[in-house]
Design a protein around this ligand. Structure first.
Ligand code: GLY
Length: 356
């Protein structure tokens, strides 16, 4: 079994991971076990989970509506009430079975209920396996603004079983792929090249990329768990990506993008800005753009859209003293942080994206 062992935030991957979970449960000996699902994972993933984990007491299943729109404080309030009504105490355990919305929100609910109960993440989407379930960022959106409320607190452990991906719709697979590409950009050209060959039908290669991304993310969060420095690189492409995601969420007449789809655009824009401001090689910019556009939909933005997206940048969590800060690259795996970028450069980046 592939594993990263730590007291909190351990990760166990594929063969043997369910048996390890059973041992962890035995040692934790929780007073009650709650399993948080959404309407999709209740249908597609709960059975596999229950088959693999022999519980002495049948766990209580809690279910929220699927989708980013439900990653809110009101969903959290409903869950806190349900936990309370069903007799959860400080020794209860919450197991989050789902994608990034379930692991982010479930981690937040667990971390604040009775000042913090234990939780375990079982990611069922590619995005949650390679990114969201690891590193302890838990939280909810505030209106359209992403992840504004939350805490950093690691789960007891993360159990990854890539067979869950067999039930995942294609667009969700592609959404998770964006984060694997991000790991290539921030880590090394060799990981970028491996990520470029991603094909979900090739299970061996996909498993290797999932584990490669887990290791990259783990290296970064171990060095900088609270995002004072290097962890900011994990937000590469997210400054504009989150603003695009929020803007489209706010405008119901426009088609919303999945997180990874918005981040894919954000990564093209950030890499263009890196080439203008930080000497990222133009030839590599072209390869990055081509690779991303091979898998991700191209979106049209009007000048009005772009102006509104730029306005949303003030809510980015990397900002300091009212200044918008970007992580930029000078090559694959070489970054600089806290770059202040002018609106005119951002507009040029959108122009580059449009004309590519
Ligand atoms: N998803 C970015 C981070 O965990 O820091």
């Amino acid at each position: 079994m592939k594993k990263i062992i730590k007291d909190r935030g351990a990760v166990y991957f594929n063969e043997g991971s369910w048996a390890t979970l059973s041992n962890i449960l035995e040692n934790l000996c929780p007073s009650k076990v709650f399993v948080l699902t959404d309407t999709n994972t209740k249908t597609h993933c709960l059975e596999l989970f229950l088959k693999n984990v022999p519980f002495n007491i049948v766990p209580e299943v809690l279910t929220i509506s699927a989708g980013e729109r439900h990653k809110t404080i009101s969903t959290s309030v409903a869950l806190w009430s349900e936990l309370s009504e069903k007799g959860a105490d400080r020794r209860s355990l919450l197991i989050n079975l789902g994608g990034g919305v379930v692991t982010d929100l479930g981690g937040f609910v667990a971390s604040s209920f009775k000042r913090g109960i234990e939780f375990i993440n079982i990611p069922t989407s590619l995005l949650a396996m390679v990114d969201a379930s690891i590193g302890g960022k838990n939280g909810v959106d505030l209106g359209i603004l992403k992840n504004q409320i939350g805490v950093i607190r690691n789960p007891k452990c993360v159990i990854i079983d890539s067979t869950f991906l067999e039930t995942l719709p294609e667009e969700q697979v592609i959404s998770g792929y964006a984060e694997i590409l991000k790991h290539g950009l921030i880590h090394s050209e060799s990981y970028w090249n491996a990520a470029s060959r991603f094909d979900i039908k090739n299970k061996v290669e996909t498993d290797a990329l999932i584990w490669g991304s887990v290791e990259i993310k783990n290296e970064v969060i171990t060095e900088d768990p609270n995002e004072h420095g290097r962890r900011k690189t994990l937000n590469y492409g997210h400054t504009l990506g989150h603003a695009i995601e929020s803007y489209l969420l706010e405008h119901s007449n426009k088609e919303a993008l999945l997180h990874g789809e918005a981040i894919a655009i954000g990564m093209i824009l950030a890499t263009y800005i890196s080439s203008e401001e930080n000497a990222f090689p133009k030839s590599k910019l072209e390869i990055v753009t081509q690779t991303i556009l091979r898998s991700f939909p191209k979106v049209t933005f009007s000048d009005i859209d772009i102006a509104a997206i730029i306005k949303l940048l003030i809510y980015d969590k990397k900002n300091d003293n009212g200044k918008v800060h970007f992580v930029l690259l000078s090559d694959f795996g070489s970054h600089t942080m806290n770059n202040e970028i002018s609106n005119s450069t951002i507009k040029k980046a959108f122009e580059y994206y449009k004309n590519f």
